[in-house]
Design a protein around this ligand. Sequence first.
Ligand code: MG
Length: 162
Amino acid sequence: MFRIGYGCDLHRLTDGASLRLGGISIPFNKTAIGHSDADALLHAIADAALGAAGLGDIGEMFPDTSEENRGRDSGEILALCLAAVEERGWRVVNLDCVVCAERPKLGALKQVMRDRIAGILGVSSDCVNVKAKTGEQVGPVGRMEAIEARAVILLERNNERA
Ligand code: MG
């Protein structure tokens, strides 16, 4: 028995020194604005996982009105979402992600993000795919006003827990 889930996220960019994305910090002249650490990719993955398990969305679990979530590490948020998914008797088969960013160039960082995400989810890196696209210099992404991420995830019944 399988379940699929989809998640997407967007964060505005402002002048800064580093960008949090895919669970890693990337030196960059802009940073993402958000209540937590504003990691759009981990938020999209968390929403995909919650969605697949029928558990609502990340905003319900981690409200942006909560002081506890201010500046919070999204790796911790994703780990807690995964724990909730596993508690319902599901485990991750694989996920595929897209990051839309005009800059920084992410080619060399895709594998680092895959390894980090796989570590958080407790799966091997070949179960996590990260793709990078630019905004072709148009729209909020292309003008470097925002960064976007999308993720699709497949879960299967964990018979060891059932
Ligand atoms: Mg977000």
